[in-house]
Design a protein around this ligand. Structure first.
Ligand code: PLP
Length: 386
């Protein structure tokens, strides 16, 4: 018998992924599907970053790397965080991880015991409940609604919090595009302090903010000692395949996690770390180049969708996605996504795959070139209006 702990990861099922796999089968059969369903950039990692990786590998950084990350990369990540948030941060606050996903796993492992309740916000990034289950904790959703632009309210936070161990948030948010306001972050901080929760803040989209500012809750009074920030080079630097991210937390939490990393991942490839350090050394220029197409396509989307009734955009303030409310068509998100795939060969994600709160919505990833993107969005709108 295999372990229940792993079987249980997907105990909640994987509803809504049928359309994704159906689209993949159609592509394998040679049908030209326009894929607006995955969070992968349409650009590649910048050649200068790849050259840095190549030189580091040829220069001999191919052996075991130090488990918590190289001192210089940890310092570069700490410097970036301090520059963005003003919170004093050093290399001792950083564990380098194989991507943000491993950071989410590590962060929950750091604070949750078997059977602890770990809160997360619905709609959510698809792996959240499974990641929580993988460490033996019990996921509990806090539902947000379109009426509050998918920002959690203090009342919802407070009613879920008693007895819980941790709260996982994600701003800018996948799938909704919500960027939590200062008031929302202050409510989150107040709830965490009142109910003694650890806060795990997934900030992998921190460079993709179209309206307002990204507020890191670690910068709010009293929060640095109870917050674990998860970051990544994947989305900010178009380095999804390099698998390099981090956890930023109080030093004693990082030391706790180094013990885990020593017995699991044993660190991240040295030449990848050197490339990440090079990329961070370029300052914001690479980040802005990578974010620019999404900023542009978000504007293009709003002009295509202006005045439409069958499809309404949830105001996306950040990230590379657009949530569309298709309730006026009378279809579920899944029904709409399937029908759109059949009629127009356009693949989107049904809202239901991101939780109960996103039912009646679809998520569009703005991850193909502008002309094809606008053409596909227009076809989607026409289809919904029919
Ligand atoms: N968190 C969110 C909200 C995401 O959307 C993703 C990837 O899509 C991740 C974390 C994981 O990213 P990675 O492991 O590539 O850093």
């Amino acid at each position: 018998e295999l372990s229940e702990r792993i079987t249980n990861i997907t105990a909640g099922g994987s509803d809504g992924w049928d359309t994704f796999y159906r689209a993949r089968r159609m592509i394998a059969d040679g049908i030209p599907v326009t894929e607006l369903n995955i969070g992968e950039h349409d650009i590649r990692t910048h050649p200068d970053i790849l050259n840095a990786m190549h030189s580091a590998a040829l220069g001999g950084h191919t052996g075991y790397a130090v488990v918590p990350g190289t001192d210089s990369l940890r310092s570069a990540i700490a410097g970036r965080i301090q520059a963005r948030t003003g919170v004093p941060t050093t290399a001792a606050n950083i564990l380098v991880t194989p991507g943000g996903q491993a950071g989410l796993f590590a962060a929950h492992n750091a604070v949750c015991n078997q059977g602890d309740t770990a809160l997360y916000i619905d709609p959510y990034y698809v792996t959240y409940p499974g990641t929580i289950r993988s460490v033996g904790a019990v996921p509990k959703a806090i539902i947000t609604t379109p009426d509050t632009a998918f920002q959690p309210t203090r009342a919802a936070l407070d009613s879920a919090a008693p007895g819980a161990k941790s709260l996982l948030i994600n701003s800018p948010n996948n799938p909704t595009g919500a960027v939590y306001s200062r008031a929302t972050m202050e409510s989150i901080a107040a709830t965490c302090q009142q109910h003694d929760l650890w806060l795990i803040s997934d900030e992998v989209y921190d460079t993709q903010v179209w309206d307002g500012d990204h507020i890191s809750p670690r910068a709010l009074p009293g929060m640095a000692e109870r917050t674990l920030v998860v970051g990544s080079m994947s989305k900010s630097h178009a380095m999804t395949g390099s698998r390099v991210g981090w956890v930023c937390a109080p030093e004693h939490v990082i030391n706790h996690l180094i013990n885990l990393a020593t017995h699991t991942t044993y660190g991240v490839a040295g030449f990848v770390q050197d490339a990440a350090e090079f990329a961070l050394g370029q300052g914001v220029s690479v980040e802005e180049t990578v974010a620019a197409p999404f900023r542009r396509r978000r504007e293009l989307s709003l002009s295509v969708l202006a005045g439409q009734n069958a499809v309404r955009a949830v105001p996306a303030q950040g990230a590379m996605y657009l949530m569309l409310d298709i309730r006026a068509t009378g279809l579920s998100g899944e029904g709409f996504a399937n029908a759109l795939l059949d009629a127009e060969q356009i693949a989107v994600m049904p809202g239901e795959s991101f939780g109960a709160a996103a039912a009646g919505h679809i998520r569009v990833a703005m991850t193909i070139d502008d002309d094809r993107y606008v053409a596909a969005l227009k076809r989607l709108v026409a289809f919904a209006s029919e």
